[in-house]
Design a protein around this ligand. Structure first.
Ligand code: MN
Ligand code: MN
Length: 281
């Protein structure tokens, strides 16, 4: 096995792991730039550029029981099959009492992962960090798309269980829906008070970052947050019961991608530390 086949420090078996990474190479509904299917392998490659130790978490990947289950065997043109694979995989990892972290892939992959997580954890709250609302009812007539995923999630978990952060783009209707349901959180420090001890699914669409930091994404949107702001948002979730999550929409330039791969890999690393810490609370 070469270094690209496994995320940094992921040397546990799935059965003994506390946190399990899963690559989901699906980009079948990409509407602008496709290529997120290459995201998981790009993240694994760039993870080698990182340290295993995180100062803010005072934790080391080498000390965690971290597994990398590899990529799901899916076809980018076959959503039904992909959705089934994602659902079953998340269900199985949760049954093993581990935390599943999906590495996308485009954002639609979040829907079956949330469905499986919500079945195991009633009262699930979805925390959604993104440049885009993703609250369209349909996109060009298609109800299942990266642009509609949070609308479907909201229908699943209820409008009071979706919290959004970093959003700066959406249609007039999406903004109205968000305003009506008060989904947008501007002060990240208020997350713990709002969520309390409810279980959390954390979904991070990397285009929440400014394109100057994260150019390799399917739908770049100017005016985004910095890496330190995203990091602060992740740290604000410490103490929450984070039971599953994903990092989506890394769309590497052909080959092994450019240096924003290191950004994607580091966001995954911090989500690993967050969930590992949460699991042991
Ligand atoms: Mn998104
Ligand atoms: Mn987005």
């Amino acid at each position: 096995m070469n270094a690209h086949q496994r995320y940094l420090g992921a040397d546990s078996s799935i059965d003994e792991a506390d946190v399990v990474l899963v690559g989901v190479p699906f980009d079948g509904t990409a509407s602008f730039r496709p290529g997120a299917r290459f995201g998981p392998q790009g993240i694994r490659f760039w993870s080698d550029a990182l340290e295993t130790y995180s100062r803010p978490f005072n934790a080391d990947l080498e000390d965690l029981k971290l597994a990398d289950a590899g990529d799901l065997r899916i076809l980018p043109a076959d959503w039904q099959r992909a959705a089934g694979e994602i659902h079953q995989t998340v269900e199985k990892i949760l049954q093993l009492e581990a935390v599943p972290i999906m590495m996308g892939g485009e954002h639609l992959i979040t829907l079956p992962a949330v469905e499986a997580t919500a079945a195991a954890f009633p009262g699930l709250v979805v925390v959604h960090m993104d440049a885009h609302m993703d609250l369209r009812d349909d996109y060009e007539g298609v109800g299942l798309s990266h642009a509609t995923v949070m609308r479907r999630v909201m229908e699943k978990v209820g409008s009071d269980s979706l919290l959004q952060y970093g959003i700066r783009s959406g249609t007039r209707e999406e903004w109205a829906l968000s305003d009506e349901n008060d989904t947008l959180i501007s002060d990240i420090e208020t997350f713990p008070d709002i969520i309390g001890d409810r279980p959390v699914y954390l979904s991070i669409d990397l285009d929440v970052l400014d394109p100057s930091i994260m150019p390799e994404t399917g739908t770049p949107e100017p005016g985004g947050i910095s890496f330190s702001q995203l990091h602060k948002a992740i740290l604000a979730c410490r103490g929450l019961h984070v039971v599953a999550g994903d990092v989506v929409e890394y769309c590497p330039i052909p080959g092994w991608g450019g240096p924003s791969g290191a950004v994607a890999a580091k966001v995954v690393r911090e989500l690993i530390f967050l969930t590992a810490e949460s699991r042991n609370l």
